[in-house]
Design a protein around this ligand. Sequence first.
Ligand code: SF4
Length: 435
Amino acid sequence: MSGKIGFISLGCPKALVDSELILTQLRAEGYDINGQYEDSDLVVINTCGFIDEAIEESLDTIGEAMAENGKVIVTGCLGADSSKILDAYPQVLAVTGPHALDEVMAAVHEHAPPVHDPYTHLIPPGGIKLTPRHYAYLKISEGCNHDCTFCIIPDLRGGLVSRAIGDVMQEAENLVKAGVRELLIVSQDTSAYGVDMKYRTGFWNGRPLKTRFQELVMALGELGIWVRLHYVYPYPHVDNVIPLMADGKILPYLDIPLQHASPRILKAMKRPANVDNMLKRIETWRDICPDISLRSTFIVGFPGETDAEFNELLDFIEAADLDRVGAFAYSPVEGAQANQLENPIDPELQQERLSQFFELQTEISAKKLATKVGRTLHVMIDGAEDDHLLGRTRYDAPEVDGIVVINTQQNINAGEIVQVKITHSDEHDLWAELL
Ligand code: SF4
C-alpha cells in the first residue's frame, strides 16, 4: 500500500470534478485516502478562489492543515496565483492551479512516493465519486471565452477547452456502468461545448459524433438515465435541445444563469442584454416542453444599480416565473473588471434588495410548487431519514434545489425511481405518499 493522503475538497461542482479525478488517480496508485490530518503522510487541498469568502475559507483550511499536519499540497482556483498562498504559508510543499492532475500527482510522488501493489490498484469503473454513487457531475470542458466583468474565471482557468466527445461519452458510460443513475453536466459554459474544437468529429463506440453541444446532449440522452444540464449560457442554439426534453430524452431542466434583467446592467456585466427576447424564448421553451423547470442565478447590487434597474430585475423575475432561483449580493472579487465601475452599492442596501428579491421569489416558488400538489410524479431516491425517504423529482437538481419527503417505512435504495403522489408543498420542498 502507498501512503495515506488527507484530502480536502472546497468550491463548486466543477472543482469537485477535479477532486474526483485526483482521488481516482491516488486510489489507482494504491494510496489510502484519509479523512484526518494527523496520521496522513500529506494533505492535498483543492481550493476555490471565486469570491472573497471562498478565498478566506481556502486559506483558513490551508492554515489548519499546516498546523495539524505540516505537509500540504495546494491545487485549484486559488492556486492559479501561487503568491496568494505562498505569502501566507511559505512552507506549503507545492501549489498548482485548477485542473492540474499531473502536477498534483508529481508533487505527491515527490513527497510520499508510491509503492507498487497490484492488489490495491483496483478502482471501480466509474472512478471515485465524492457525490453519492447514484449521481455524478460530468465535466465537459474547462475555461470560458466570455468576459463577464464580475468574473475572474477566464483569468484563472483560461479560454474554453472542450474535452473530446469520445472521452466524455466514455466517461459517461463508465459512470452508468458503475451505478450512476443521474448525470449532471457541468462546465463554465456548457452550451459553448465544441466551439474551440470547431465542432471536430470524434468517435464514440466507433460511431462518428460532432464535438458540439446538441450532438453531445443527444448522445447522452441515449444512455437511459437522467441527464441534467447546468451552467447553460443563453445562446440561441440552446433552443435546439428543448425538443429532446419534451421527448423525455433528457430531463426537462435548464440551469441558465441570467445574472440580471436591466439592459444597462447586463451591458455593464458584458452579458447578452435582450430581456424581451429572453422572455419570448422562455415562452417558446414552455410551448415546446410545458413542464420544463428553469433555474437561474442573479447578482443583486451590481455597481451603479439604481432602484429603477433593481425593479426591472423584480419585474423580470415575476414575468419569467422561474422555478428555482439563486441570488447573491455583488462582491468585488480581486481582479474583476467590475471593481473599476463607479457607484458601488452600499452593503446594507444590497442586503435590503436581496431580501426583497428573495421575498418575491419565495412567493413565486411557493405558488409554483403548490400546483404540484395532487399530481403523481417520478422521484429519484437520494436517501432515508427517520421514518421517511428523501428524493427529488425530475425538476430539481441535488444540493441546490428542493427535495421530496416521502412518508413511508419502506427501504428503497438510493438511485431507484419511484412513483409518488404529492400531498403537500411549502416554498421550497414537497411532501408525498409512495404509490
Ligand atoms: S460565462 Fe460564466 S465563467 Fe464565463 S466569464 Fe461569464 S460568469 Fe465567468
